[in-house]
Design a protein around this ligand. Structure first.
Ligand SMILES: Cc1cc2nc3c(=O)[nH]c(=O)nc-3n(C[C@H](O)[C@H](O)[C@H](O)COP(=O)(O)O)c2cc1C
Length: 176
C-alpha cells in the first residue's frame, strides 16, 4: 500500500474475527515499525506490553471501559514510554513521554493497516486511574507511562470512509 493512501484510508477498527491469531514474529514486525517513530532527542523511550491471553483481553474493559471490543482481538499492545528515558526536565516539570508514546502508537496503527489488520487506539494517559490500574495489574515501574492501548485484530467490518477531513477553516497561513 502506498503510504499517502494508507494515511488517508486508515480507520479505527473495533470488530475482529475472534478465531484468528497473530504469531510472535508478526507482532514483532508491527512493533518494529512503531520503533521507527520520531522521538525527542531520539531517546526512543517506548516499551511495548503485548497481551494475548483471552481472559486478559476480555477484562481490559475493567481498567479502561472503552476497550470492550478487545475481547475478540488477536492481541493488544499497550504502548508505554518511560518518563526517565524520554527527553525530560524534571525540575521544570516536563517530559516528552506522552508525545513520544503517541507517535509510536500511530506508527503501530499504520503498520497494522499496511498489513491488512484492523486496529484501534484506546486512551490511557493522561487518565490517572487508568494509568494507576495498568501499572498495578501489569507490574509496570512507576516511571512507566502507559500512553495507548492499541487493540489489534483481523477486521470483521468495513468502516465507512469519512468526508474529506481537510478543513480549510483550520489552516492558518502566516498567522491566526
Ligand atoms: C487519544 C485517543 C483516545 C482514544 N480512545 C479510544 C477509546 O478508548 N476507545 C475507542 O473505541 N476509540 C478510541 N479512540 C479512537 C477514536 O475514537 C478514533 O480515532 C476517532 O473516532 C476517529 O476515527 P478513525 O480512527 O477511524 O479516523 C481514541 C483515539 C485517540 C487519539
Amino acid at each position: 500500500m502506498e503510504l499517502y493512501e494508507g494515511l488517508l484510508t486508515r480507520r479505527s477498527i473495533r470488530k475482529y474475527n475472534p478465531d484468528k491469531t497473530l504469531s510472535k514474529d508478526e507482532i514483532l514486525s508491527l512493533i518494529k515499525a512503531a520503533s521507527y517513530a520520531p522521538s525527542a532527542h531520539n531517546k526512543q523511550p517506548w516499551h511495548f506490553l503485548v497481551l494475548q491471553d483471552k481472559e486478559v483481553l476480555r477484562t481490559l474493559r475493567l481498567i479502561q471501559p472503552w476497550t470492550s471490543f478487545a475481547k475478540d482481538a488477536a492481541c493488544v499492545v499497550v504502548v508505554c514510554a518511560d518518563t526517565e528515558e524520554t527527553f525530560n526536565r524534571p525540575k521544570e516539570g516536563w517530559n516528552y513521554a506522552e508525545i513520544d508514546g503517541a507517535l509510536a502508537a500511530e506508527n503501530l496503527l499504520l503498520a497494522c493497516h499496511a498489513k491488512g489488520l484492523g486496529a484501534c487506539f484506546c486512551g490511557a494517559a493522561p487518565m490517572p486511574l487508568v494509568i494507576e490500574n495498568l501499572r498495578k495489574k501489569f507490574n509496570m515501574p512507576e516511571t512507566m507511562l502507559p500512553v495507548a492501548i492499541v487493540v489489534i485484530g483481523y477486521p470483521d467490518e468495513e468502516p465507512k470512509q469519512p468526508e474529506d477531513r481537510l478543513n480549510l477553516d483550520k489552516v492558518h497561513w502566516g498567522s491566526f
